[in-house]
Write a protein that binds this ligand. Structure first.
Ligand SMILES: [Mg+2]
Length: 119
C-alpha cells in the first residue's frame, strides 16, 4: 500500500505545483480536484453504458473500459485526499475505512429482506 501512496503523493505534489503556477489558491485547487472525481465518475458511467450497449449509435465497448475508469475514480479520489491531507492521508483513510466498514463487517451475516409480494 505504501507504494501506492508514494505515487499518489507525488501526483498530488505535481498537481499542487501546476495549480499554484496557474495562481489558484488552496480552496480553488481542492474544489477542482473534487470536480475531477466527478469527471472520472462520469467517464466510468459512460463506459458502463458502452459495456451494456445501451446507445444504439455506439454499439458496445468492453467491460475493461469501465474497469479502467473505475480505477481512475479511485486514483483521483486518493490524490484529492492527499492534496487535502498531505501529512496523514493514508492514516486518515485507514481510520475512515475502519469506521465505515465496521457496520458491514462486524455485524455477522447480512440479512436480506424478502421481496414484497406482488399486489
Ligand atoms: Mg478516466
Amino acid at each position: 500500500m505504501h507504494g501506492i501512496w508514494d505515487t499518489i503523493h507525488r501526483l498530488a505534489r505535481r498537481f499542487n505545483e501546476h495549480d499554484a503556477a496557474l495562481g489558484l489558491n488552496q480552496d480553488e485547487q481542492w474544489s477542482l480536484q473534487v470536480l475531477k472525481i466527478a469527471e472520472e465518475t462520469g467517464e466510468a458511467s459512460q463506459a458502463v453504458i458502452g459495456a451494456r450497449g445501451i446507445n444504439p449509435r455506439k454499439g458496445t465497448a468492453p467491460w475493461e473500459d469501465a474497469h479502467a475508469e473505475v480505477a481512475d475514480v479511485a486514483i483521483t479520489a486518493l490524490v484529492a485526499l492527499a492534496r487535502m491531507r498531505p501529512d496523514d492521508a493514508a492514516e486518515y483513510l485507514d481510520r475512515h475505512l475502519a469506521a465505515k466498514s465496521a457496520k458491514f463487517l462486524l455485524s455477522g451475516p447480512a440479512s436480506v429482506p424478502a421481496p414484497a409480494e406482488p399486489a
